[in-house]
Design a protein around this ligand. Structure first.
Ligand code: SF4
Length: 465
């Protein structure tokens, strides 16, 4: 008998004496992570346990990503591994919505999977789980915390305020996978945020495909927050979140004119002075071919206005190099933009064709070597900018939130550092350091991406925000 069969039999025998266990593999972006959290929360609410190993799970859910080809390959590999190691697999997420020649791609390549759904499909996934692994009789609802089960550390959490997107950027297939923008009413969003704070979350990262478009689809409908009527509108939501007394960090904000309204809230310290603005390029022709939202905005001017309103502001952005038809001059224009804009944090991808994206039909595709070489040049320019901007912080005092503590000190983040994607602040070892707590740090050194510092003093060591 094969090892996998033996393991399956042992599982079946053990399963007769314990609640059903579901294994979970979560891939993809923070939006997919939130979908995973919802499914896991529902599973726990119904009395399932979550298993950390294929061998002990009665069934495995794989939440996939289908954004770029490397993510597709990683997801397909994860499905194959779950099938080989466990055998009972349900697939959800962006890749689950993909077709090839009119056939579902996952089913075509892995016909043994039990079921396939697209993204944002908690109920559908639960129905499939019920069909293949019936739910236990005695649901342990009291074991589920009010904010649901989180996959992030206890002290920060993502808050998804909307799903889908009304834009049609030519390099992106998210609208095809997730549909048009659907915002959650502000009352519902705030209830989730309040629960997170009650749970001990100290930093909320606000996400959506297009955060600043929040509420457009609802026509900014009025809803109730703590009994007060409030409109489901970007600025109102940021204002409400700013009352919670925790760090609020805004991601995926397009530079529409109404974004200017949040800068005073940042200057007043209500929300973090941090804007993640995915610009993708600077040259008008390239932006037009990308069909980017807010492409007509004068971004340099806008950045100047933002910094004047809030000098502490950290601006993060992402760019694509080697988009089809991008000339050397257009790329140089982008580098000049970076030198002028002096952005604090920058991520960059060499353009990579995504199956089903409209950009594949554009003329002027560039060789991979050119796309990659431009990416490396852009990162080199940005590294110098980042190094210089961080150097200016040496000697300053920064409030940080500690992510990890080890024998040599702590890894922490300031208002300028989003988890996973930005740099960090390394804090010298000190017995007072605790994970998930705020501390004040004197910055003693810097490099290309990170800062180094020491705790200021015992009196100021602890605080809230
Ligand atoms: S704004 Fe563009 S890149 Fe972002 S999700 Fe919408 S279509 Fe995709």
């Amino acid at each position: 008998m094969s090892a996998a069969k033996t393991a399956r039999r042992a599982r079946a025998a053990a399963a007769r004496h314990r609640p059903p266990a579901v294994g979970f593999v979560s891939l993809g972006c923070p939006k997919a992570l939130v979908d995973s959290e919802r499914i896991i929360t529902q599973l726990r609410a119904e009395g399932y346990t979550i298993s950390g190993s294929y061998a002990e799970a009665d069934l495995v859910v794989v939440n996939t990503c289908g954004f770029i080809d490397s993510a597709v390959a990683e997801s397909l590999e994860a499905i194959g591994e779950a099938l080989a190691e466990n055998g009972k697999v349900i697939v959800t997420g962006c890749l689950g919505a993909k077709t090839e020649g009119g056939e579902n791609l996952v089913r075509k390549l892995h016909p043994r999977v039990l079921a396939v759904t697209g993204p944002h499909a908690t109920e559908e996934v639960m129905q499939h789980i019920h069909a293949h692994l019936p739910k236990p009789h005695d649901p342990f609802t009291d074991l589920v915390p009010p904010a649901g089960v989180k996959l992030t550390p206890r002290h920060y959490a993502y808050l998804k305020i909307a799903e889908g997107c009304n834009h049609r950027c030519t390099f992106c297939i998210i609208p095809a996978l997730r549909g048009d923008l659907v915002s959650r009413p502000i009352g519902e969003v705030m209830r989730e945020a309040e629960n997170l704070v009650r749970q001990g979350v100290k930093e909320i990262l606000v996400i959506a495909q297009d955060t600043s478009a929040y509420g457009v689809d609802l026509r900014y409908r009025t809803d109730f927050v703590g009994g007060r009527p409030v409109r489901s509108r970007f600025i109102d939501l940021v204002r409400e979140l700013g009352r919670l007394g925790v760090w609020i960090r805004l991601h995926y904000v397009y530079p529409y004119p109404h974004v200017d309204e949040v800068l005073p809230l940042m200057a007043e310290g209500r929300v973090l002075p941090y804007l993640d603005v995915p610009l993708q390029h600077a040259h008008p022709e390239v932006l037009k071919r990308m069909r980017r939202p807010a492409a007509g905005e004068r971004n340099l001017e806008r950045i100047r206005v933002w910094r004047a309103a809030c000098p502490e502001l950290t601006i993060r952005s992402t760019f694509i190099t080697g988009f089809p038809g991008e000339t050397e001059e257009q790329f140089e224009y982008l580098l000049d933009f970076l030198r002028a804009a002096q952005l604090d944090r920058v991520g960059c991808f060499a353009y990579s064709p995504v199956q089903g994206a409209a950009a594949n039909e554009l003329s002027g595709a560039l060789p991979e070597a050119v796309r990659e070489e431009r990416r490396a040049r852009l990162m080199q320019v940005q590294e110098e900018i980042s190094r210089a901007r961080l150097r200016r912080k040496v000697g300053s005092r920064q409030r940080v939130l500690v992510d990890a503590v080890g024998p040599h000190g702590a890894v922490a983040r300031s208002s300028a550092d989003a988890p996973e994607i930005d740099g960090v602040v390394y804090v010298a070892a000190d017995a007072r350091l605790r994970v998930g707590e705020f501390f004040d740090v004197r910055i003693t050194g810097s490099d290309a991406h990170d800062l180094h510092g020491v705790l200021v003093d015992a009196a100021s060591a602890k605080g809230t925000t």
